[in-house]
Each structure stands twice: as C-alpha cells, then as structure tokens.
Design a protein around this ligand. Structure first.
Ligand code: FAD
Length: 241
C-alpha cells in the first residue's frame, strides 16, 4: 500500500492573507489595503514577527486541503484526533472493500515469521468479510471484522496554525512511523506554497528547541544539540503561544 498525499486546494496567496490580517491589527489601515500594498519583503518580515511573538491566530486565516490515500485505519484514527480540522473519510458503510490491500508495517514485513502470521490473520479477515457480504450481511456490519490495517481515503482541511501544531506532534520521532510519514509529506507540500509560515515548522524540538518527552538520546535531539540549535530551556519559534 503506497501513501499518496495531494494538496488539493489552499487559500489563495495564504501568506499575504495572514500578513494582511496581522498588519491590520497594528495599524489604522484596513486589511484590504494591506493585502493590496504589502511587498513580499513586508509579508516575510511580518510573518516572522508574528510567529516569533506567538500571535498565531492570524495564521488561522490560511487553510489547506489535502487528499490522503493509502493510510491504515489505525493511522486515520490518530489523524482525526486533531480536532481543529475538517474531515471527509471514505465510508465503510457505503463502500465495499472489494480488493483489500492492507497496510503492513515495516517491523512486520522485514521479519519472515511475523509477516507470515500477519498475512494469515489478514487473509482470514478478508475471507470473513467477503463471506459476510456474500451472505447478505450489510457492509456496515460486515466491516466489524476488518482489521486496523485496512486502507482508507480521507480529505482533511486544516488552517496553518493547526498544521503547525500537527507537525510539532506528528513529525516527532516519537510519533508512529505511519502518521509521521504522512505529516512529513504534508509539511513538504505546504512548505512549497507558504515557505515563510512553514519554513521553520517541524517537530517540537525544532520549533521550540526543547524536547517535551525529554528523550535526549533521540537522534533528532542529538543532531540539534551537536549543531548548537537545541538547549534544555524553553524558547524558540512558538514560545509565547
Ligand atoms: C506521541 C503521542 C502520543 C499520544 N498518545 C495518546 C494516547 O495514548 N491516548 C490518547 O487518547 N491520545 C494520544 N495521543 C493523541 C493526543 O492526546 C491528541 O489527541 C492529538 O495529538 C491531537 O492533538 P491536539 O489536541 O493538540 O490537536 P487539536 O485537537 O487539533 O487541538 C489543537 C489545540 O487546540 C486546543 N484545544 C483543542 N480542543 C481543546 C479543548 N477541548 N480544550 C482546550 N483546548 C483545546 C489545544 O491547545 C490543542 O493543542 C497522542 C499523541 C501523540 C503525539
């Protein structure tokens, strides 16, 4: 099963919108004028200032919509725990999974014996599901036999502030591999269209220069520490959030 993430749509000129909102907060002029007149340099400077000061609510005016295909139900369950977002997920009540291709973790696929047992279990689930459907059991009930490895498709819309929070939590090496791969892919897509907002985005240790889990043997922490970027104190991009 291959993860596929597409940035379907986003607020046109998202950084200009957020910067215009920020400018209006601190001047007598309207956001309309700011939206029209701000130069790219003004936008970059304003956004860096509001991010470092923690005035992140202005980032909520920029939204991003992703189409996500090929994640497991285990992963989508972790994703939808992020409440500041909108979701539309393929229904297992209305859509019958005809040819199910399951998501197999690498820890399983690289271990011959584990893979054999895992695949046997999935095959039993797949057969039971088909049997139940053929017997006339509604898909909404037959699905109860499907495992967390079942694939799903989901559309998610998040604003830039919520995305920054999502990346802090899910780009972390402590996050599970599947949602981390998803978060990293989403981050690379939004960096392309809003480089100032997302240029410094990433796991907590990158944005705040501290590790909330205190995992000081984590390879990412060691890398940051060796480069002189990390410290044990609080601080960093979203310190005043
Ligand atoms: C490493 C890791 C391990 C986890 N382990 C578990 C686990 O064992 N069990 C489990 O149930 N979950 C677990 N989670 C999920 C976690 O508890 C969150 O539900 C999930 O990460 C969503 O984060 P969030 O609440 O910040 O995001 P969102 O729901 O998008 O919320 C964003 C922010 O809005 C604010 N906010 C949102 N809703 C409220 C509210 N009702 N009241 C006050 N402020 C609010 C908060 O500041 C929040 O950070 C884990 C997450 C991670 C990253």
């Amino acid at each position: 099963m291959v993860l596929k993430v597409t940035l379907l749509s986003y607020t046109p000129d998202p950084e200009r919108v957020a910067a215009a909102a920020a400018r209006q907060c601190y001047s007598k002029f309207s956001a309309t004028k700011a939206y029209r007149d701000l130069s790219p340099e003004d936008i970059s400077r304003l956004l860096k200032k509001i991010i470092s000061s923690g005035h992140l609510s202005v980032l909520e005016h920029a939204s991003f919509t992703f189409s996500i295909d090929g994640i497991s139900r285990a992963c989508s369950h972790q994703l939808v725990r992020h409440r500041i977002a909108s979701y539309s997920q393929q229904s297992q009540r209305y859509v019958r999974l005809e040819e199910i291709e399951f998501v197999v973790p690498e820890s399983v696929s690289k271990d011959d014996e584990a893979r054999r047992v895992f695949v046997e279990g999935l095959e039993r689930c797949r057969s039971a599901y088909k049997f139940l459907l053929e017997r006339g059991i509604p898909a909404e009930d037959a699905r109860y036999v499907l495992p967390q490895a079942s694939p799903t498709k989901i559309v998610v819309t998040m604003n830039a502030r919520s995305l920054l929070n999502f990346f802090e939590l899910r780009c972390c090496l402590s996050a599970q591999w599947e949602i981390r791969a998803l978060a990293e892919e989403m981050l690379s897509l939004v960096k392309g269209v809003a480089p100032t907002i997302f240029g410094c985005a990433g796991p907590f240790c990158v944005t705040r220069k501290t590790c909330p889990e205190k995992k000081y043997d984590c390879p990412k922490w060691v890398e940051l520490y060796k480069s002189g970027t990390a410290s044990s104190g609080n601080g960093g991009a979203y310190a005043n959030q």
